[in-house]
Design a protein around this ligand. Structure first.
Ligand code: ATP
Length: 368
């Protein structure tokens, strides 16, 4: 079975880490056999905008739609914390790629696994194991106002949060389905979905929780209900991360807590993600363009390689291709063993370069 992968390396460290992702996935394909991956690279992003005035060409968007999956590096080009490429609204043009793909392809589920691998030291004292998922609703919430906020009389600015029944039902159901496939929370092995909101203050979040409860009914006896108000959740995530299995939340909250959680497991270089819907899937590291280290060959490719692993899982499930699922397992095992052997990039305390790490993962896959 052949899978066409629309590949958008993007800006900053994007091309460096995406090359390692492709290298590792191609090696997995060769070792496992039974599927093949055709990576077609396309130019899009802020660098492309500077050259052409367009961030995501229509032909590239079409190619993404026509492919079996999308594999992306990172899009952006900030300098000193400020976006250097902004549109007439003063917001970064990065959104023209990310949000166009998420909204137009209805990639409603932002899946961000938070897992501590052996050999990686968590900044959380006394925590040895971490394994939970932040599930971010990707198409509504505060981000539904993207491009539609209002500034009145240079005095008042608004962006409105949108929570719909349909959108909430989809993401919550996705969360319960995900929990069914996982092994439960580390503290007691129980499968659970935590609803993270601010229901005590905002009607939109009270509605989110109401719909969560309705969906949760269908999973009674299989997956536990769990609740957290978002501010308390940030505290509990730091103190007792082992108490979480799947955390489902609104777009903006998910954006923030997934970066916080990424710090628990070695930082952004260790945080993969998948943006998936019922018909399309896009896989990319959670990190941005990391401009201060771009071009130096030292970026950590783990987040991208593990995003590639998520892509294999998704393709394998979707197309009932066991070989792709086996390859996903092999990639993760090889990354884990490589880290355990102390081969690490500088951001997590090692000395390996980006491609040296990719080579080590491939050598480990061949050994396994
Ligand atoms: P952008 O605005 O494009 O998101 P940024 O630097 O503000 O760029 P990130 O790229 O997410 O945001 O980076 C946050 C921090 O994590 C930075 O210190 C960056 O150097 C580091 N970082 C991000 N990705 C990696 C990576 N792959 N390897 C090592 N360090 C990384």
């Amino acid at each position: 079975m052949k899978f066409n992968i629309a590949t958008l390396p993007g800006d900053g460290v994007g091309p460096e880490v995406i090359n390692e992702g492709i290298k590792v996935l191609k090696a997995a394909e060769e070792i496992v056999t039974g599927f093949s991956l055709e990576f077609e690279k396309y130019d899009a992003g802020n660098g492309h905008y500077l050259k052409t005035g367009v961030t995501l060409p229509e032909s590239v968007f079409q190619a993404c739609k026509d492919s079996n999956a999308i594999f992306m590096g990172s899009i952006g080009l900030p300098k000193d914390g400020m976006p250097v490429v902004v549109d007439e609204n003063g917001t970064e043009v990065t959104g023209h790629v990310m949000f166009k793909l998420r909204f137009d392809l209805n990639l409603f589920a932002g899946v961000r696994p938070i897992k501590l691998y052996p050999g990686v030291v968590s900044p959380l004292a006394n925590v040895k194991d971490i394994d939970f998922v932040v599930l971010r609703e990707n198409c509504e919430g505060l981000f539904a106002s993207y491009g539609a906020g209002i500034i009145l009389y240079d005095d008042i600015a608004t962006d409105t949060q949108i929570i719909t029944r349909k959108g909430t039902e989809k993401i919550v159901d996705f969360g319960f389905q995900l929990a069914l496939k996982r092994n439960g929370r580390l503290s007691d092995g129980k499968k659970a979905v935590t609803c993270a909101d601010k229901h005590n203050v905002f009607r939109s979040f009270a509605f989110f929780r109401k719909v969560y409860n309705e969906v949760a009914e269908r999973y009674e006896g299989q997956v536990e209900k769990d609740y957290a108000i978002i501010d308390a959740l940030t505290l509990w995530m730091v103190q007792t991360p082992q108490n979480f299995d799947v955390i489902v939340t609104e777009n903006m909250f998910g954006d923030i807590i997934s970066d916080l959680a990424g710090a628990f497991v070695g930082g952004m270089g260790m945080s993969p993600s998948g943006d998936v819907g019922h018909n399309y899937g896009m896989f990319q590291p959670s990190h941005g363009t990391a401009p201060t280290i771009a071009g130096k060959g030292i970026a950590n490719p783990v987040a991208t390689i593990l995003s590639g692993k998520m892509m294999l899982d998704w393709l394998g499930d979707r197309h009932d291709n066991k070989a792709a699922l086996t390859a996903a397992e092999l990639v993760e095992k090889a990354v884990s063993n490589t880290l355990a052997r102390g081969i690490k990039t500088v951001d997590i305390g090692g000395t390996a370069g980006t491609s040296q790490f990719g080579d080590a993962v491939i050598a480990e896959m061949r050994r396994l």
